[in-house]
Design a protein around this ligand. Structure first.
Ligand code: ZN
Ligand code: ZN
Length: 142
């Protein structure tokens, strides 16, 4: 079992699925209960709404979800907020629209960079010559 530093209290602890030490898990239990309570009332909520209602930090809520302390099997769904536009998404960091836009922008950037790196792309037919892979020592079966 690996030892890790607890992100909450900076003490070494034996790694576990929750991602924080046992002491901090205990300390977090009332918060988990609060979040569960809130989700019992409003079955569809975003992290932001949970945060507003309970005062629990975003990353703590995320950790509760990821570690399974709050589970959607209990009859509610919790949504993440798109990091760009804030709209609710079931998982990940960006909504569909934003991730499409982002990958579009990224592609554009990559193309531009490629253009700058090679102002006049020409076929380089000599790439392969000089790197022929003959083995002449007969180590191959023939
Ligand atoms: Zn801790
Ligand atoms: Zn978005």
């Amino acid at each position: 079992m690996a030892l890790k530093y607890c992100p909450e209290c900076d003490k070494l602890y034996a790694e576990n699925p929750v991602g924080i030490c046992l002491a901090c898990q205990d300390a977090e239990e009332p918060l988990v209960e609060q979040v569960r309570e809130f989700l019992r009332e409003s079955r569809k909520a975003t992290i932001e709404e949970v945060h507003q209602a309970t005062g629990v930090k975003h990353k703590t809520i995320l950790r509760m979800i990821r570690s399974g302390r709050i589970q959607s099997e209990h009859g509610f769904s919790i949504f993440f907020n798109c990091e760009k536009c804030g709209s609710p998404i079931p998982d990940g960091r960006f909504c569909d629209a934003c991730s499409r836009k982002l990958s579009g922008e990224l592609l554009e950037k990559v193309r531009e960079m490629a253009k700058e790196a090679q102002p006049e792309p020409k076929l380089d037919v000599r790439v392969k010559t000089g790197s022929r892979m003959y083995t002449r020592d007969g180590s191959d079966q023939s």
